[in-house]
Write a protein that binds this ligand. Structure first.
Ligand code: ADP
Ligand code: MG
Length: 252
């Protein structure tokens, strides 16, 4: 088999009479950033939700790091090393920024973490240092004690990204990470995602903003009406008439 971290094989998904995904095959290679683009309603979020176990496919398989994960619960898939950022930030609004970044790391620890008070204190110190480091990298350290609810939308999305990275995922899935952001915040997010890429993390990114897609993607799959209509390197996809047609013909 190939060097794929994520392999989606022949996935179908309908909602009542609506075929949201038809015959989806996708391979995401180790260390690459794979973008999924397409008009609104194309099935992009549905595909991502199938990959993370939020939606069961009607048929087909999802294989992550060589294991079939179809039918597993989202938390199990997360424990295997898949983290995701949703279209709407999912943070703990009442907790501080520092607590927000630390919670996902605590949640990943097994029972032994709580059994030995001394070692848990040590680990807490380590985690705190790592959380602070991430907040610094993301330009949020000066706000560490603030409630997350008070952040701007762009800062909330960056916080959510830091909450993912502290889990050291093998695969990061992002659903429109720059949606609703100003150009300035979008560019900061592109920089951060580029840095994450330099760490060798594999990413799947759903994105509307073509500037973001062409800045980050190694490979692009184009989804329209639940089907993959084109796939290739950014330059190949950019010049593909089928893709232009899907965008011009698609509802926005
Ligand atoms: P995209 O993310 O590409 O905009 P979605 O995956 O959200 O598209 O949606 C694909 C299609 O499936 C749309 O027609 C949408 O209305 C429909 N859909 C998505 N989720 C559900 C659901 N939970 N129940 C019914 N229909 C849904
Ligand atoms: Mg969507």
């Amino acid at each position: 088999m190939s060097n794929a971290v994520l392999h989606v094989s022949n996935v179908q998904k309908s909602f009542g009479g609506l075929r949201a995904l038809t015959d989806i095959d996708l391979e995401v290679e180790q260390g690459k950033t794979h973008a999924i683009i397409g008009p609104n309603g194309a099935g992009k979020s549905t595909l991502l939700n199938v990959c993370i176990g939020r939606l069961p496919p009607d048929s087909g398989k999802v294989i992550f790091a060589g294991q079939t994960i179809t039918g597993r619960a989202p938390y199990e898939i997360n424990q295997l090393g898949v983290a995701r950022v949703f279209q709407t930030p999912e943070i703990f609004p009442d907790l501080s920024l520092l607590q927000n970044v630390m919670v996902p790391a605590f949640a990943k620890r097994d029972g032994t973490f709580r059994m030995n008070a001394l070692s848990s204190l040590e680990k807490e110190k380590e985690l705190r240092a790592e959380a602070e480091h991430l907040l610094e990298e993301f330009g949020l350290l000066h706000l560490y004690a603030k409630q997350a609810a008070s952040l701007s939308r762009g800062d909330k999305r960056r916080l959510e990204l830091a909450m993912c990275l502290i889990q050291h995922p093998k695969l990061l899935l992002l659903d429109e990470p720059t949606a609703g952001m100003s150009r300035h915040d979008t560019n900061r997010t592109i920089d951060l995602l580029q840095r994450i890429k330099e760490r060798g993390m594999t990413k799947v990114i759903i994105e509307h903003d073509m500037h973001v897609v062409f800045s980050l993607a190694d490979r692009i799959s184009v989804l329209a009406q639940g089907k993959i209509i084109a796939e290739g390197a950014p330059d190949e996809v950019r010049g593909n008439p089928k893709v232009q047609e899907a965008y011009l013909g698609g509802a926005h």
